[in-house]
Design a protein around this ligand. Structure first.
Ligand code: ADP
Ligand code: MG
Ligand code: ZN
Length: 603
């Protein structure tokens, strides 16, 4: 879109330039010297006039002029004064003829060219204007087509290292290929699929790949494009987009950078952006109004899901979220393979090693890396891209990234590895805790440096005291592991601490699980007054009780922390092995740590 704009500005400039040159040529061609009538008569008397054409009130012709030596004939014109000229002309032997004064060519030059110029500029301006406005002044239907691709050449093979996201999207492809199969059984598909993940991980790529795989038309638009329009145009465009998509069903509508459009309403500093709200409202209306069984799937992408308007995420709207995460080492290897396809690579290049050198890189960074390495090889006059080029390219890109979004350094990686394995190991050793699925030191989201993915094995409505205590232990496992390994602790645990404290506080204040305070409920469900001015709310218990509570909460945490340290010290080997494994592979399945633990317990 942006390219298109720049393009037409160049067109305008080139057109103006050509017109100016043409104009100059024409003026030169018809360069006629205007002379006073007296001069004409003088020239006539001197015998210099060669020929004339006489009109009602003008005379044009050629006269001899002496110019740098040789005589040349030059055109001239003059305004006629003397009506009886023929005698004089005859006397001097000049060919003469009458002429009807229509200066066709000159008229053309003086009228038509400015007109052409004017219409030319007008036309180009209008086209640019209309391109920005969609339906304004042109038949709106045509405009949004700019964003439609009948056939997308991208397939799932182009997006590597995002297997989990792909798995979730396979169903959508199935549906788009054969909607009847689904509708016959009365199946319902999600209307809206939101791809969530850091920039450059391939969200846009995946959306296009879904269209490419299912061979359906792909309507796409970027959230920011809706917003920069004039008032009312954004909403009109949304309507247009959906209307067109319905005609083309089955198809995909993709809204990139949804956050630009879907920011929570009424959050703007300027008191809200009217146009954006209108557009967003229209989007919500359209989403509610269409029935996915006709085969239109709505997809969107964002790297900031937290700022989206909650209305967008409600059931029936963007209710299916697909995480497109940063790739781990294996993933990076696969992505590199994709981008090395078109490149002549030397035998000494080992993709696995390159992948190992690039922790924290996303797909876009890796595409950039392949390109940069190729450019370096060209600069070094090599006929193949070798390991040296990759090495250098990595260094260049890392330097850029460090400024941009803080890659984790080696020491930090180690701390995070021990921290996460600590959580996982505690979870594995205690009964009643959620299953550990995955341990990873790939940064996720904005805050977390790594994560341990636990999933509940079953729905629980009741929890026993020992289960709650075990949960506290798991939360404290990260920090305890850091302390055991490094005799020091980091700031990486503040989330864990707040979770552990929350559980302990609830145990004391709500569940009556503290022996000292007994089975008393201390926290009334108070209706929050609006506006909540942050005034201290009246307590239902004495200051003394509050002190006991605080010490009870602390006692729970402290005793669990000791227990956790004991568990981890006992399995220090497993902690070390697990951390080494995670450092090497960046993310491992929970089962592998479990096997390490079991092997250790047997001996
Ligand atoms: P996002 O929309 O998540 O910001 P893009 O889809 O625009 O990222 O990715 C930009 C480019 O980076 C893609 O065109 C592709 O060349 C490369 N890329 C990103 N992710 C991947 C991936 N998973 N596999 C292969 N290439 C990728
Ligand atoms: Mg994108
Ligand atoms: Zn933690």
């Amino acid at each position: 879109m942006e390219n298109h704009h720049k393009f037409s500005i160049w067109y305008v400039l080139i057109a103006i330039w050509i017109v100016l040159i043409l104009h100059n040529l024409i003026v030169q061609m018809f360069a006629v010297k205007h002379i006073p009538y007296s001069e004409f008569v003088k020239a006539l008397n001197a015998g210099m006039v060669v020929e004339v054409a006489i009109g009602q009130d003008r005379i044009e012709g050629k006269m001899k002029v002496i110019q740098d030596g040789p005589e040349v004939e030059k055109p001239f014109s003059t305004v006629r004064v003397d009506p009886d000229l023929s005698d004089l002309l005859e006397k001097h032997n000049v060919t003469f003829k009458g002429v009807i004064e229509t200066h066709f060519l000159r008229n053309l030059a003086s009228w038509v060219f400015p007109l052409i110029l004017f219409f030319g500029i007008w036309y180009v301006m209008m086209r640019r204007f209309a391109a920005r406005q969609g339906s304004f002044l042109t038949l709106g239907k045509k405009k949004a087509k700019v964003y439609m691709e009948d056939e997308v050449g991208v397939t799932f093979d182009d997006a590597a290292g995002v297997d989990e996201a792909k798995e979730e999207l396979v169903e959508v492809i199935d549906f788009l290929k054969t909607p009847e199969k689904f509708t016959r059984l009365g199946g319902k598909l999600p209307k809206g699929i939101l791809l969530v993940g850091p920039p450059g991980t391939g969200k846009t790529l995946l959306a296009r790949a879904v269209a490419g795989e299912s061979k359906v038309p792909f309507f796409s638009m970027s959230g920011s494009e809706f917003v920069e329009l004039f008032v009312g145009m954004g909403a009109a465009r949304v309507r247009d987009l959906f209307a067109q998509a319905k005609e083309k069903a089955p198809c995909i509508i993709f809204i990139d950078e949804l956050d630009a459009l879907g920011k929570a309403r009424g959050l703007g500093i300027t008191g809200g952006h009217d146009e954006r709200e209108q557009t967003l409202n229209q989007l919500l209306v359209e989403m509610d109004g269409f029935d996915p069984t006709i085969g239109v799937i709505l997809m969107a992408a964002t790297n900031r899901p937290e700022i989206l308007d909650p209305a967008l995420l409600r059931p029936g709207r963007f209710d299916r979220h697909v995480l497109v995460d940063r790739p781990d080492k294996r993933g990076r290897e696969e992505i590199l393979m994709v981008h090395l396809k078109g490149i002549v690579v030397d035998k000494d290049v080992e993709v696995e090693i390159v992948a190992g050198m690039t922790p924290g890189f996303v797909g876009a960074d890796l595409a950039n890396l392949a390109n940069e390495a190729t450019l370096l090889a060209v600069r070094h006059n090599k006929d193949k891209v070798g390991m040296a080029e990759f090495q250098e390219a990595v260094e260049r890109i890392v330097a850029g990234l460090e400024k941009k979004n803080r890659l984790i350094n080696k020491m930090e990686r180690e701390i995070v590895a021990y921290h996460e394995v600590g959580h996982a190991l505690v979870a594995l050793s205690l009964p009643g805790t959620d299953t550990v699925r995955k341990i990873s030191i790939i940064p996720r989201g904005v805050a977390a440096l790594g994560y341990t993915l636990q999933v509940p094995t079953e729905d629980r409505f009741l929890m026993t005291k020992s289960e709650l205590l075990n949960k506290i232990c798991v939360a404290l496992g990260g920090r305890a592991a850091e302390e055991i390994q490094f005799q020091d602790v980091s700031t990486g645990a503040h989330n864990d601490l707040s979770r552990a404290t929350d559980i302990a506080r609830s145990m004391v204040k709500q569940y009556g699980m503290s022996p000292k305070l007994g089975n008393v409920y201390f926290e009334k469900d108070r209706q929050r007054q609006f506006p909540d001015l942050g005034m201290p709310s009246a307590k239902d218990y004495s200051e003394q009780t509050a002190q006991v509570m605080d010490s009870e909460i602390k006692a729970i945490i402290d005793s669990q922390y000791e227990a956790v340290k004991e568990i981890l010290s006992k399995h220090k080997n497993v902690l070390d092995e697990g951390a080494a494994l995670v450092l090497k592979e960046e993310s491992i399945e929970g089962d592998r740590l479990k096997k390490l633990l079991e092997a250790h317990q047997k001996t």
